[in-house]
Design a binder for this molecule. Structure first.
Ligand SMILES: Nc1ncnc2c1ncn2[C@@H]1O[C@H](COP(=O)(O)OP(=O)(O)OP(=O)(O)O)[C@@H](O)[C@H]1O
Ligand SMILES: [Mg+2]
Length: 140
């Protein structure tokens, strides 16, 4: 599926709508260059899940847990990961195959660990500053 996002408000609407459909165990894999809006989208998913905590871009932690919403949210940012091995060290399977929703920024860095049925969102820049093109797999 291809979706044209016209501005940041569109990103927020999309994230909130996506959140309504998420179930425990779902994984949302985000792929896109710096500044394409992966964290912005994650924040909207969190909002849609009813999470009240502030979502930050973790510089020190690969994963942050937010428990205040309808379903737990595990927010991964694997940009600084040096190897897939580090995912095993942090026990990623507990998150990926647990009862929460995982959102993974820079999922292309650990593509081999991303289950086939994950919702994969590849984000490209569009033709103006605020436009983004989403290519989405496994999402209805
Ligand atoms: N349509 C849009 N959707 C999301 N963000 C947008 C959009 N248009 C402009 N922006 C701006 O682009 C920036 C996106 O930043 P954000 O941190 O979400 O990106 P990111 O993909 O997570 O970056 P990084 O790779 O550094 O983690 C924000 O400053 C936001 O205001
Ligand atoms: Mg980010």
């Amino acid at each position: 599926m291809r979706i044209v996002i016209q501005n940041e408000l569109d990103t927020k609407r999309f994230g909130i709508e996506l959140a309504q459909k998420l179930k425990p165990g779902d994984i949302v894999a985000l792929i896109g260059d710096i500044g394409t809006g992966k964290t912005t989208l994650t924040k909207s998913i969190a909002e849609g899940l009813g999470i009240t905590e502030m979502i930050t871009s973790p510089t020190f932690a690969i994963v942050q847990e937010y428990m205040s919403g309808r379903i737990p949210l595990y927010h991964f940012d694997v940009y600084r990961l040096n190897s897939e091995e580090e995912m095993y060290e942090l026990g990623y399977e507990e998150y990926f195959f647990g009862k929460g929703v995982c959102v993974v920024e820079w999922a292309d860095k650990i593509l081999e660990l991303i289950p086939q049925d994950s919702i994969i969102i590849s984000i490209e820049y569009g033709t103006n500053e605020e436009q983004r093109i989403y290519h989405i797999e496994n999402y209805k």
